[in-house]
Design a protein around this ligand. Sequence first.
Ligand code: FA5
Length: 343
Amino acid sequence: MKQTLEQIKKDFNLELGNVKTLSDAENLRVKFLGKKGAITAVMPMLRDVPAEQKREMGMLLNEVKNHVQNSLDEKIKQLNEQEIENQINSAEKIDITMPVNLGVGSLHPRTIIQKEVEDVFISMGFVVDTGNEVETEFNNFDAVNVPSSHPARDVQDTFWLTNGEVLKTHTSAAQNRILKKYGTNARVIFPGRCFRNEAVDAGHENTFFQIEGVIVNENVSVANLIYFMKEMLSKVFKKEVEVRLRPGFFPFTEPSFEMDVKCPFCGGKGCPTCGGSGWIELCPCGMIHPNVLKMAGIDSNKYSGCAFGLGFDRLVMIKSGLNDIRVLNSGNLKILKPFKLNI
Ligand code: FA5
């Protein structure tokens, strides 16, 4: 056995000298240490060695095995270092000063303006939350006081799922959850994607965005509503804007209003952006209906709240000078990429 082991070591050393590549090294490893390798084959011979030589032979076997393993490790390390060295010295050099066209993308106009609006609200102490895109019939309609006879509940107007849930038709669908979550000290906005079974045109999409907000506390009034909306719109349009309230109707607010902003482009004289009227309709809003507060477990005798919506795509179109809402969902990079804010 001793002779065999010494012969194995000699053969290995000889063959190691011929190893030029990592694959040569692997072949050599298999040849000597693999399942059918020379060293593995010797191991059973240990059984037949006389007892008094067993220890010596065992040590020799280990020594040869370690020699093979360590020599191979060392060889592999050298080969790896050599490989790196070769790459550094080869013609395959990278010029880091070369201009590269990485095809970097840009943020969607909606994303840019949403962040801007959120930052304004955050600076006024609001929390940004979110709603689900798939909603229960209860949250989308019942919890916001929409009666069963309302046209929005019809299959013609709303995308109903086979399990009886809906693709939310407005961000108000999150009101019940938000009111329950933040309770009687709520100052929250919740942007989100909405879906309506609409005939699509330059001003209407079947998939569009709204940003909604609620404030709940003792003594919340229409004055708070006007203050926050005016502040928000002034910051978004980067100038002090004038707003006006017109009566509106929503089942979940009482009283309900439509808030218009005096056109920040023409100052109210009339221009293409405001359609010549001098005013832009932007924020449906109102005082939260007592039923809606009650359904969220809030005592409507002690607390009041206001809610406002923002047709967000409309704002994005105004700020980015787009006159067709369909572009926003189109993925048309020719139009979306060079997008610049008007304001
Ligand atoms: C609502 O959706 C109410 N939930 C808003 C609200 C919130 C009122 C809180 C009171 C308190 P309305 O259906 O009017 O209201 O939609 C609000 C805005 O969403 C519209 O003014 C419009 O800018 C936008 N919008 C509605 N339908 C579409 C559509 N198909 N495509 C693009 N924008 C739309």
